[in-house]
Write a protein that binds this ligand. Structure first.
Ligand code: DON
Length: 575
């Protein structure tokens, strides 16, 4: 109760300060964009890059009907909830960075901890973390935010009717879509993890490669959301069904759903290399991390001079920077409605120049010596999805949303077809104990009722002279912002075409485990490059492909969308 009041108070004071605005409720949102002046085309085409073909088809339909980037984004989000169930969702949450009519916006629709959540809910009698409790099953679920976020964005900036943007998703749920091989592989491995623990198999067990898969319960939910708006999910029959399936198993109640609000926040903005970076603020750590990485790399220009992309020395220098970013992340980053995150200090030029000067160009700094940098003394599970959209009127949407792990908690709210997230794992269940992604956290990210778990999702837009230059984002948990960082530097520091910048091998270091570089299968882990990196004092850890970047670069006035070759994404332009 106390924490609840504190949250309300701090949101209210931020709202007064103009830093956030709280949605008035699900009925009152007023469209402003559609009533604005007639739009003039500034780009040659509209474009998307998105995790599957159905998302691209949905966008195509929306643009044909006269929709803008926000309409297309919302239609994609609902469509992927049907056709990309491993990460697309209405039972999860995420972040949307927008650039509309020349202005930046950000909507936070991250999940919140249920009111009955407690700081120690994932610990046993001895105070040890209970393995899997925050990852699989009802207890792992945070109060979902996606429907509220999409409602807010579409009502504020969309041109089309709400029903129009729901239509493609309803069609795919009702009439089915053809399941592809990668999806079924992912289903198989998730099914093993959930076996005997959740009702996952009842809903997804029958999905087969190359066959049409229908989701009638989900079609009914989406139809009700289409008819009744977001309040259907939070106050209507759907809310009743979610609360009913939680009863006796998990913590989410009707009150939790009724109280949920998406929040408009001030994005993190920074000047870098002649560009304006618009990216995710807390409760994401990603925007702060991205700005820190980019600015420190620029500060170390001398050290990077003549160093080849992805050479052993390059990997070392990046790891040195990343060490410092992850030390700050573990200490200072959390939900800003509960914990005062020093965003301005963490992204301040002088602070970062000082941090960059601590980088040892010759050898890895001792891990223990790298502590949070502001004078006082956190990984995540692995599936999320990003999409980028621009319209020919110059607007852009960069959206990353997630269930956390593939297929979230594995729980489907009975009678709804809605897969529920396992986002509670993004909290620090116990200070210093790593989560699924191997990152640790502190009080800033402890569990409290209504609090949002710390995220790494980093939907980002770069503009120059008021015009969009790049829209980008990726899944990957704690690897998200190190991935975005590498794509941005590949494009702007190495002048690589976006396609090559996205395809290039990526590396990741996150302070812990000590001096460990996560290594994609692109270069042999016993090859020459690997040996050179090991010789510098690093341990290499093989991992699967890192991320699934969906990005759009504007060349002149021509949007060039690129989908990461690592996934089954689709890039498309529309006249
Ligand atoms: O919010 C976060 O940072 C994580 N829950 C994201 C998970 C993720 O990216 C998994 N994808 N590979």
């Amino acid at each position: 109760m106390k924490a609840n009041n504190k949250a309300k108070l701090s949101i209210a004071s931020l709202a007064i300060a103009g830093l956030v605005s709280i949605s008035a409720g699900f009925l009152e949102a007023t469209p402003v964009y559609a009533k604005g002046p007639a739009q003039q085309a500034v780009f040659a085409t509209s474009a998307v890059s998105v995790a599957d073909q159905y998302g691209a088809d949905a966008a195509q339909q929306i643009f044909k009907e006269g929709g803008n980037a926000v309409d297309a984004a919302v239609a994609i989000a609902f469509t992927l909830a049907v056709t990309y169930p491993e990460a697309g969702n209405i039972g999860g949450g995420g972040f949307m960075t927008l650039y509309v009519n020349g202005k930046p916006y950000f909507i936070d629709y991250r999940e919140r901890a249920p009111l009955a959540a407690t700081r120690t809910m994932y610990l046993d009698d001895k105070g040890e973390v209970i393995k899997g409790k925050s990852l699989v099953g009802y207890y792992a679920v945070g109060v979902p935010g996606t429907v509220a976020g999409m409602w807010e964005a579409q009502h504020r900036f969309g041109r089309l009717k709400w029903k129009q943007v729901l239509a493609p998703a309803i069609k795919y749920a009702r009439d089915g879509f053809v399941a592809d091989e990668l999806l079924v592989q992912r289903r198989d491995s998730a099914a093993k993890e959930f076996e005997g623990k959740t009702n996952f198999d009842t809903y997804f067990g029958s999905m087969k490669v190359g066959e049409t898969f229908k989701q009638p319960d989900l079609a009914a939910v989406l139809t009700r959301i289409s008819n009744n708006g977001a309040k259907e999910f939070y106050n209507g029959k759907t809310a009743d069904l979610i609360a009913a399936s939680m009863r006796g198993h998990g913590l989410i109640t009707k009150r939790d759903l009724h109280d949920y609000r998406a929040v408009w926040r001030q994005p993190v903005e920074a000047k870098w290399n002649g560009y304006e970076i618009i990216t995710a603020p807390p409760p994401s750590s990603g925007g702060v991390g991205l700005v820190q990485l980019l600015k420190m790399k620029a500060d170390l220009k001398q050290d990077f001079n003549g160093v080849d992309l992805n050479s052993a020395q390059y990997i070392h220098l990046l790891a040195e920077i990343e060490k410092r970013v992850f030390a700050d992340r573990a200490q200072y980053l959390g939900d800003p409605d509960f914990y005062k995150v020093p965003v301005a200090q963490l992204t301040d030029d002088a602070y970062l120049a000082k941090r960059a000067a601590e980088v040892n160009p010759n050898a890895p700094s001792d891990t223990k010596s790298v502590v949070a940098g502001l004078g006082t003394s956190m990984p995540e599970k692995a599936e999320t999805t990003h999409f980028s959209v621009v319209d020919k009127w110059g607007n852009a949407v960069s959206n990353t949303y997630t269930l956390n792990g593939y297929f979230g908690s594995g729980v489907i709210a009975q009678g709804t077809g809605i897969l529920l997230n396992d986002e509670m794992d993004d909290f620090a269940a116990k200070p210093g104990v790593p989560n699924m992604f191997g990152v640790v956290g502190s009080d800033a990210n402890s569990i409290e009722p209504n609090k949002r778990p710390l995220s790494s999702m980093t939907p980002t837009i770069l503009t120059k002279d008021g015009k969009v230059s790049l829209v980008t984002g990726t899944p990957g948990g704690s690897r998200i912002f190190t991935t975005i960082f590498q794509v941005i530097t590949n494009v702007y520091d190495f002048n690589m075409p976006l396609k090559d910048a996205v395809a290039a091998m990526r590396f990741h270091h996150q302070l812990l485990p000590p001096n460990t570089i996560f290594w994609e299968p692109y270069a042999p882990i016993d090859g020459e490059l690997a040996k050179q990196v090991e010789a510098k004092g690093y341990v290499l850890k093989a991992q699967n492909f890192n991320g699934d970047v969906q990005a759009i670069k504007i060349n002149g006035d021509t949007p060039v969308p690129i989908s990461d070759p690592r996934g089954r994404g689709v890039a498309r332009v529309f006249q």
